[in-house]
Design a protein around this ligand. Sequence first.
Ligand code: SF4
Length: 215
Amino acid sequence: MIMAQSSIEWTEMTWNPTTGCDKLSAGCKFCYAEVMTRRLKAMGLEKYSNGFDITIHENELETPYTWKKSRMVFVNSMSDLFHNDVPVEFIQKVFKVIKENPQHVFQILTKRADVLLEYDNKGLLEWTHNIWMGVSVESEKFMERIALLQQTHARTKFLSCEPLIGPLPRMNLKGIDWAIVGGESGRTPRPMQKEWVEDITQQRKLGICLTVRSI
Ligand code: SF4
């Protein structure tokens, strides 16, 4: 088990009950999780022996119960909980762990907003107060994820506009509580334009909190 103190500015811990993923959209190009997985597998970590294939880690379901101090926890920094290969029954187990650990806040972030909404529409997800549900929106092309998130019953909703690789004009931010904006990292990052961030900052006046990571 990796006790994951996080260097990500907007969280304190990472918790990965699943690992692995498949690239889905433009923002996945330099996926941090994929690079890290390769590294951790090469280091011989059993948890990453399947490489970047979706892998369920039932044993990780115990981990949050061992954290006594209240924490902000990013769920699945190394995966996407709503990947099609993650059984909904396992997602429900993750939500149960979250429910039974109200002392922590769990930030779940997905690019698979369609799967998220499908499960929510079927009444398969129990939204407790300590879940912050977010979708990644890297450019205008993927803004429909916002609308899908807005239709869910998650109590706190957020956007990760990171890596921001295009402008996000005229977003409908109704019901969105928080947004993270950041540029791409890696050796050959696609540049983020200052104007795109300024535009989001203007839209922020609609009432959301905004965390800008790098320009
Ligand atoms: S959805 Fe996230 S974890 Fe999956 S490939 Fe894309 S960036 Fe990586």
